[in-house]
Design a protein around this ligand. Structure first.
Ligand code: RBF
Length: 342
């Protein structure tokens, strides 16, 4: 008995020494995450990938609770819905993605001064409870425009001599007008300064029938490549492009499989990765709340998908080589595309 006691004592001393000298990695703690979707996730890859990023964190941190709230398409209701979501939630972090959200967070945040927010695809510095990350969409636009211009001036079937390509956008907003459109134009003009962009506004992020009509009228006017940025409305653009035998380039996500041979390029945002990394850092106490970051090609969060079989099969090698060179030039700093204040 005595022997057992002293053995136990020795073991306890050893265990205590081990605990003091060996810093064990902190076990991942369960989190309460609120995902606020300003719209509807289905058909909008940035939202779908935001949810996936949060779900990956939940896998790493067992016991984590995720609530996803879709605020719908009526933007006039978003402020009130954000406030109600935060009020009921008791979340460690509310994560969202949209350029218009920092302004709403600044209002709602005043009512809940302990709530931490993370906003991707948006930018605001100086709120100690908010961390934002903006994508360098000048780079994203440039790469996509450079490809669109080269496709449009190629001898590929369905193209014409007009130096005209199109965009169908959900609506105008500062990131669209100061980053995406100027970046796209810059890429086009790197192919030929005569290029013009025909920009049509859908007026929402879902109406595929109207998006198809806009695409048809553009195609009649001589557009042979279109970049749709209109959420689930893009399905209508795909239909019209397939009917007419023209080409599409896409933003945000790997969309090649939706229209093989029609969609000839995707410049994606690594939104799932970014959401995951931000939440992990927040949980570890290292996310710099109050700061506004920008990430682009160099940081690995904007990427052109150049190994897809549809891209390799359809896009001539001379075009692919030029695009690869432009991407290398952005990475090396030979082409600099800084992001202005939005
Ligand atoms: N993009 C989508 O794919 N789906 C949407 O429902 C959507 N809604 C938006 C609402 C507002 C008010 C703003 C400013 C942008 C919206 N976007 C939407 C665009 C999105 O933030 C991003 O700019 C594009 O997806 C291009 O990366």
């Amino acid at each position: 008995m005595k022997k057992n006691k002293s053995l136990l004592l020795a073991l306890a001393v050893l265990a205590a020494q081990f605990a003091m000298t060996t810093p064990l990695a902190a076990a991942p703690k369960p989190l309460k995450i609120g995902v606020f979707i300003p719209g509807v996730s289905e058909g909008s890859p940035n939202y779908e990938n935001l949810i996936k990023g949060a779900q990956r964190v939940a896998k790493d941190n067992p016991g984590t609770d995720i609530k996803v709230f879709e605020a719908g398409y009526n933007q006039a209701e978003w402020q009130e819905k954000l406030t109600s979501f935060v009020a009921t939630g008791n979340y460690d972090y509310v994560i969202t993605s949209n350029p218009s959200l920092p302004d709403l967070i600044n209002v709602t945040g005043k009512l809940f001064p302990k709530q931490k927010f993370i906003c991707l695809d948006g930018s605001f510095a100086g709120n100690p409870n908010l961390y934002t990350v903006l994508y360098n969409q000048i780079e994203q636009g440039y790469i996509t425009g450079y490809l669109a211009g080269m496709l449009s001036t190629s001898k590929m079937p369905g193209t014409n001599a007009d130096k005209k390509v199109g965009m169908i956008i959900g609506q105008h907003y500062p990131a669209m007008d100061k980053l995406i459109i100027p970046g796209f134009e810059k890429g086009l003009k790197a192919v030929d300064p005569a290029f013009q962009v025909d920009v049509r506004v859908l007026g929402n992020w879902f109406d595929a029938t109207k998006a198809a009509e806009l695409a048809r009228s553009m195609i009649e006017a001589g557009v042979d490549v279109i970049l749709p940025i209109c959420g689930s409305g893009s399905q209508g653009v795909i239909k019209a492009a397939q009917e007419a035998g023209i080409y599409l380039v896409f933003f945000d996500n790997d969309e090649y499989a939706r229209a093989p041979g029609t969609i000839l390029g995707c410049t994606i945002l690594k939104q799932e990765e970014l959401a995951y990394n931000c939440l992990k850092q927040a949980a570890q106490g290292t996310l710099p709340f109050g700061k506004a970051d920008v990430v682009g090609i160099k940081e690995g969060y904007v990427e052109f998908l150049d190994t897809n079989p549809n891209y390799l099969a359809k896009v001539p090698v001379a075009i692919r080589n030029k695009l690869a060179a432009a991407i290398r030039d952005i990475k090396s700093g030979k082409i600099v595309l800084p992001v202005p204040q939005i």
